[in-house]
Design a protein around this ligand. Sequence first.
Ligand code: ADP
Length: 166
Amino acid sequence: MTKVLYPGSFDPITLGHMNIIEQAAYLYDKVIIAIMQNPMKRTHFFTMEERYEMISELYKHANNIDVVLGSGAAVDVALLHECKALIRGLRSENDLAEEMILNSANLRICDKKIRTALFLADEPYQFTSSTIVKQVLFLNKDVSHYLDPYINEKVLIKKKEFDKNA
Ligand code: ADP
């Protein structure tokens, strides 16, 4: 059984992430989505637990997709869950350049035990990112184009909470 890990912030999960998950789930026996605590990203929109609940709900009927919370190095989380590779998505040459640097660091950290498989974003999702979702949202504009309807609903509720506390 070939298991792979898809690490990321998923704050929030977008249709772009979901496109990569769908591509990987078609190829591998199991895809584990790892919501990673990123020490470089000090602010968040959803808490890790909220993201875990939302993504679990999204994939509750998919029997080859699991969700976990992770911290530290993604390759260590992959080893912990007996995954053979990390899955990453590419939107552009910029993503590729970043992934090549990450790949080099990851191979060194794990002594080449975990490899990285890169998937190309399908065309409609090339310009989708969690960052653009938050930027458009805080301009009080519609973000439903980027999100699953269930996630869009949660995003709008969370935005109201932010507005109330502002
Ligand atoms: P982001 O880069 O949007 O902040 P993450 O840290 O959650 O998101 O990214 C996790 C992985 O998903 C990375 O490999 C990233 O390049 C990829 N990814 C994010 N959005 C897309 C998309 N629209 N299409 C393909 N891959 C994507």
